[in-house]
Design a protein around this ligand. Structure first.
Ligand SMILES: Nc1ncnc2c1ncn2[C@@H]1O[C@H](COP(=O)(O)OP(=O)(O)O)[C@@H](O)[C@H]1O
Ligand SMILES: [Mg+2]
Length: 257
């Protein structure tokens, strides 16, 4: 069995600088790319999807700032918003022919001071065994210390990769990969190379409470240390999701060596 984990950025499926604005055409296009791979793949090949929140949840998360003060209403509003986007993604995937099922992090993860402290994989394992595609999303999650905190798709994806033993993981964003100071795509980043590169990578150009590109690369560098390599590529460009799923050399590779 091989398992692929694909994270699609909120910048791809939503208009990030406005309030709760989905890019329905992009969601449908990506769903179709996933559907043709999903129907084509060997039955033993499994797929897990994670999507970002983009303009859903992020503005609410900024407003309530749960790291400063716990607020049940804030938890509810952030979750309701990202769940709305998740429903659109699930409808689109199922309409395209992907047997997708939602998994809401609010009811499946627990955090401790912002770090993942627990997740029960039983539900996901049954879904995978039955040929379904679990779809996670960035969410607000209960936290033993803080009450609640935001858990980004960029952290869920690598966590699941380690837990479930993924063979490949990719993050589709709105840029061609990790760019150097001249704007050229860096073909490969290793933990040693990252030390020098770090200063050229920053957060997001738009509303993003979860670390932007630097957050993504930092998570993937940690993952490379346990032997799982990843790719950051441009999911806003037609055909790129498909290329990643079929194992082509797209965007930036983050690997141990
Ligand atoms: N060195 C870099 N290479 C690529 N993108 C970068 C870099 N530094 C900062 N960024 C920003 O990170 C953004 C991607 O992160 P983010 O907005 O969080 O996307 P996503 O929605 O995929 O999570 C890019 O659009 C870009 O503005
Ligand atoms: Mg992001």
């Amino acid at each position: 069995m091989s398992l692929i984990i694909l994270k699609i950025g909120g910048s791809v499926i939503t208009k990030k600088d406005s309030l709760s604005r989905p890019r329905k055409d992009e969601i449908d296009r990506i769903s179709k790319e996933i559907a043709s791979f999903a129907t084509d793949r060997d039955v033993s090949d499994k797929l897990v999807l994670v999507h970002g929140a983009g303009s859903f949840g992020h503005p609410q998360a900024l407003r309530y700032n749960l790291d400063e003060k716990f607020d049940v209403k804030g938890v509810y509003e952030i979750h309701s918003s990202v769940k709305e986007l998740n429903s659109m993604v699930l409808d689109s995937l199922n309409n395209a022919g992907v047997s997708a099922l939602p998994v809401h992090p609010l009811s499946s993860f627990i955090l401790e001071n912002g770090n993942i402290a627990g997740f029960s994989p039983e539900t996901v394992n049954v879904m995978l065994k039955r040929g379904a595609v679990p779809v996670f999303h960035g969410d607000v999650v209960m936290d033993i210390i803080k009450g609640a905190s935001v858990l980004s798709g960029d952290r869920i994806a690598p966590y699941l990769a380690t837990l479930l033993g993924a063979s490949r993981i990719g993050a589709g964003s709105n840029v061609d990969g990790v760019l150097d100071e001249s704007g050229t795509v860096i073909k490969k980043i290793t933990p040693t190379g990252f030390v020098d590169m770090k200063k050229h990578i920053s957060g997001s150009s738009s509303t993003d409470v979860t670390g932007g590109m630097l957050g993504k690369v930092s998570e993937f560098i940690e993952l490379s240390r346990v032997g799982i390599s990843s790719r950051i590529f441009n999911a806003s460009k037609k055909g790129m999701v498909s290329k990643f799923l079929y194992g082509e050399d797209v965007g930036t590779l983050i690997a141990d060596k």
